[in-house]
Design a protein. Structure first.
Length: 204
């Protein structure tokens, strides 16, 4: 076998070494890059369910209530967590001028599915309405006894408010009762017109 001079083999040996070195670096670069590319996808998948759970938890504690009665915009409203009855009335446009808000606990917390009803005030009937046809329709079917009626019963009489009803009871206690309906004229605040308006509503 003929011998090959070292000067001829040297270039081939150098080329082989370069191929081995460059190939090793290329393989090492691929191995380092693979985990880096997979990390964001894994992180994204784990974060998404957690964010969705927070959104579901936040929405689950709100309340849906039905606001009715003497409010400007009756209807069904969704309220924030921890809302009070006062907040529900504000969402419904506030109470009307005829609303009896004293009959509603404005500080109470609302519950999901609750109906909040704001009643109207009962208007007192004054002496000026005694002769009207609408006032005549409110005359009790059965006259009220002046000698046995309670304060609440006397307060329902047309033209009689709580103050006059109390005066009737005081006069009854001081004078031993009413002998006739005409005795009402002795009570302060009951004049001839009011007496005539009360006459068909009461008995001694």
């Amino acid at each position: 076998m003929p011998s090959v001079p070292l000067s001829t083999l040297a270039p081939y040996a150098i080329a082989a070494v370069l191929v081995i070195v460059l190939g090793g670096r290329w393989l090492a670069g691929r191995q380092d890059a693979a985990p880096v590319a997979a990390t964001p996808a894994s992180s994204h998948r784990s974060a998404t369910p957690a964010a969705a759970a927070v959104r579901l938890s936040t929405g689950a504690v709100s309340s849906v209530v039905d606001v009715a009665g003497a409010v400007r915009r009756p209807g069904v409203y969704r309220l924030r967590p921890g809302a009070r009855v006062r907040d529900a009335l504000q969402r419904a446009g506030g109470a009307t001028g005829r609303a009896n808000t004293a009959a509603v606990n404005l500080a109470a917390k609302v519950t999901d599915g609750q109906q909040i009803v704001v009643p109207e005030r009962v208007a007192a009937v004054g002496p000026a309405a005694a002769g009207s046809s609408a006032a005549t329709a409110t005359v009790p079917a059965v006259p009220i006894s002046l000698n046995s009626a309670t304060l609440e019963q006397l307060d329902t009489l047309q033209g009689v408010g709580p103050s006059t009803a109390q005066k009737i009871i005081d006069w009854r206690a001081q004078n031993g009762g009413f002998a006739s309906v005409d005795d009402l004229a002795q009570i302060p605040g009951i004049g001839p017109k009011k007496l005539e308006a009360l006459r068909p509503q009461v008995t001694p």
